[in-house]
Design a protein around this ligand. Structure first.
Ligand code: KG4
Ligand code: ZN
Length: 343
């Protein structure tokens, strides 16, 4: 069974063809990073307009690279949420139109869940029960998959997502968008013990996360070092921290986020004793997080970074699982929903 996946929830226009929910025949990603970089973050209107221009060429390229025609495609899977509503609408409307035109079933997919399903593209397929840490720009969640689509949410962030914290701290330090890769690059030359930032204590039984205290601690540190309050009335004043200080703050911040994520994942592992552990979402591309998680849980499975950040291959995999397990629900699940929940 060949599924065409379509992803447009944020700032990547992506299409992929996946066979039997396992094999990548093509995985095309048109990133909008250059368009948004000058604004220091994603501008929803700019993102939606760019998706309009990119989506058809990206789909055509995905079909071409997979060496298939529409006749070979069995179904279309498209992200229906969560994400930016204008961007989601471009994807869902395109998918529905192509579905009508070529007479293919169309399945609407939850983007956050799809990040967990990217791990089914690994050579070694993860066994269930599968513990998944999903860390993206909008979500930080620990989920336990009993069997394919049967899952429980074990913990989630009570405020900022991990990726959001990376992006906000990066902006504060004057580093380019997107924040995750910028922070990890700056951290390479920094001392992770230079600053002691807090880890939120949410109680020993909780598997939730909180990053807003950490973000505020970094803000206070920058304020103390520059004498300027970048978050408040002083925000128009400019400041430039010495490069070494930026690296030290970046390294200390990254080490704290990593420690928080690893700590809860290990806690969940010990409590639920899953058969496998996977990690997904853009922040899962972070090398320090990969190293630390692997040191704590050597059985952890990682997809390559290109399948961690937004892509349509993971959307096609989840679409395949839905068609396989819940074929009757598929037609009703198409409406774009910017705040679609995982439960
Ligand atoms: O999954 P994703 O591509 O989009 C969302 O669904 O949000 O994740 C994007 C997030 C951004 O916050 C970005 O800064 C972060 O992932 N990210 C990273 C790295 N690469 C991307 N964070 C830390 N280290 C990285 N190497
Ligand atoms: Zn994502």
């Amino acid at each position: 069974m060949k599924i065409l996946g379509i992803e447009t929830s944020c700032d990547e226009t992506a299409a992929a063809v996946i066979e039997d929910g396992r094999r990548i025949l093509s995985n095309v990603i048109a990133s909008q990073i250059d368009l948004h970089a000058k604004y220091g973050g994603v501008v929803p209107e700019v993102a939606a307009r760019s998706h309009i221009g990119e989506i058809i060429p990206v789909i055509e390229q995905a079909l071409q690279e997979a060496n298939v025609t529409w006749a070979d495609i069995d179904a279309i899977a498209v992200t229906r949420g969560p994400g930016l509503i204008g961007s989601l609408l471009i994807g869902t409307l395109t998918a529905q139109t192509l579905g009508e035109l070529y007479n293919k079933p169309v399945v609407g997919v939850n983007h956050v869940l799809a990040h967990a399903f990217a791990s089914f593209l690994l050579k070694e397929e993860p066994d269930c029960p599968m513990l998944a840490l999903i860390v993206s720009g909008g979500h930080t969640q620990l989920m336990l998959f009993q069997n394919n689509l049967d899952y429980d949410l074990l913990g989630e962030t009570r405020d900022d997502a991990a990726g959001e914290a990376f992006d906000k701290v990066s902006k504060l330090l004057g580093l380019p968008y997107p924040g995750g890769p910028s922070i990890s690059k700056a951290a390479e030359k920094g001392n992770p013990r230079a600053f002691k930032f807090p880890i939120a204590d949410l109680g020993k039984d909780s598997l939730d996360f909180s990053f807003s205290g950490l973000k505020t601690a970094v803000l206070r540190q920058v304020q103390e070092l520059t004498g300027i309050n970048p978050g408040a009335a002083d925000h128009k004043k400019t400041y430039q921290l010495p490069e070494q200080l930026v690296s030290d703050i970046a390294a200390s911040f990254q080490a704290t986020v990593t420690k928080t994520l690893v700590q809860n994942t290990v806690k969940a592992y010990e409590k639920y004793k899953p058969a496998s552990v996977v990690i997904g979402g853009g922040v899962a591309a972070n090398q320090l997080l990969r190293q630390r998680l692997l040191a704590a849980l050597p059985q952890a499975l990682f997809v390559p970074p290109v399948l961690c950040t937004d892509n349509a291959a993971m959307i096609a995999v989840l679409g395949f699982k839905m068609l396989e397990n819940q074929p009757n629900q598929v037609k009703t699940l198409l409406k774009a929903d910017s705040s679609l929940e995982v439960i």
